[in-house]
Design a protein around this ligand. Structure first.
Ligand code: DP6
Length: 361
């Protein structure tokens, strides 16, 4: 199915060569996307905090080519040619070609760097696809598309989704929803949008410290994991629960009830991993230290009444979430109590951010 809104009608300007630089952040889902259908469409709606420090910066160089029947590009990570990324980008270009018809008219050099270590296990696909999509829309504007900021973001999110589902949520911030939901006006399976309703002060500048428990390649990729939801006997219940949790979060965001927030967010994280354990073949991405950290977070909550909580993505790392009012106490706790369970004691302090930016166009 084609989505005509995203097909440029006419690009009046001729530009022979140039470059654009864009940045996009990573994001952490509170209600998880796990299971998809069709062309990168989510089985349930999800919501995430956009991060601030964990970002990808991409420079996209383009130059007119006479050979216009194939995609012509090279990828560089931290200045070094990275052929390993090229099949994924080729697939991305194939998927988005009808929406970005100039892709075959230019040859591209994609130069990319992350503010976080590539091997950290932090999803670089969301920030990477987000930054690349922002660059493509910026070029389209240079060619005369003349989109306003709202539509530019919408199209960047639409394209990013086709590269990696969660990337749809890396364009705006600090709270983004992706996926059609009856209680969220304007929500769509095709792109992410800024959370449209009231958010209580308690959730402003929410903090996320990422504890790097296991930095290796994941044994099971997200794409394979999503696929295993087909045939998972609990899948339908999971999709329904996720949409229900998102509905509950609407009133939680409004009231500022952090205890209710914690309940939903931690349950979402454990359900995600529960789905992995219930897949066929089954798999476990948590490590013993993941559980050790979770237990210590629960212990701190019990002992002190702190509002610290955790979430997980598709890996062993733990995202420690806490209100900014507890920044000092929780960061001290991480340093003394949790860092011994991280690989080489490493963690990254991050917090909510505003989304992707054009650095230079
Ligand atoms: C567990 O977006 O990485 O982080 O669409 O196949 O690229 P693809 O998957 P991806 O899946 C992310 C799954 C998750 C939950 C989430 O971010 O919502």
């Amino acid at each position: 199915m084609m989505h005509s809104e995203f097909i440029p009608k006419y690009l009046p300007k001729t530009v022979n060569s140039g470059s654009v630089v864009c940045q996009a952040p990573s994001n952490i889902a509170l209600v998880k996307y796990w299971g998809k259908y069709g062309e990168q469409l989510p089985q349930n709606a999800s919501v995430s905090f956009t991060l601030s420090e964990c970002r990808t910066e991409t420079t996209l160089y383009f130059e007119k080519t006479t050979e216009d029947s194939t995609f012509n590009f090279e990828v560089y990570l931290d200045g070094k040619r990275e052929t390993g990324f090229e099949p994924k980008i080729r697939k991305f270009f194939e998927r988005i070609y009808s929406y970005v018809p100039f892709l075959k008219m230019y040859q591209f050099k994609i130069e990319t760097k992350n503010t976080f270590p590539h091997s950290s296990g932090i999803a670089s696909s969301a920030s990477g696809m987000g930054a690349l999509s922002m660059c493509l829309v910026a070029i389209e504007n240079k060619l005369g598309a003349n989109y306003d900021t709202h539509f530019s973001n919408k199209k960047a999110s639409f394209l990013a989704r086709l590269g990696s589902g969660s990337a749809a949520r890396s364009i705006e911030g600090p709270l983004v929803v992706w996926g059609e939901h009856p209680q969220l006006e304007g929500s769509s399976n095709l792109f992410g949008m800024k959370y449209p309703y009231t958010v209580h002060e308690n959730f402003k500048d929410y903090q996320d410290s990422i504890l790097l428990v296991d930095k290796g390649e994941k044994q099971v990729s997200s794409t394979v994991g999503h696929d295993l939801m087909n045939g998972n006997p609990y899948a339908e219940a999971r999709f329904k629960t996720a949409n229900g949790n998102l509905e509950k979060l609407i009133s939680v965001f409004e009231s500022g009830d952090i205890s209710a927030f914690i309940n939903i967010v931690e349950s979402e994280a454990l359900q995600l991993h529960g789905m992995m354990m219930a897949s066929e073949p089954y798999f476990i991405l948590m490590k013993p230290n993941t559980l050790e950290i979770i237990n210590r977070i629960w212990q701190l909550r019990n002992d002190t009444g702190s509002k610290v909580c955790f979430t997980l993505d598709a890996g062993a790392n733990v995202h420690v979430l806490y209100p900014i009012s507890e920044k000092e106490v929780v960061q001290q706790f991480i340093e003394t109590q949790l860092s011994p369970f991280c690989k080489n004691g490493e963690y990254i302090h991050d917090g909510c951010g505003l989304g992707a930016t054009i650095v230079n166009s």
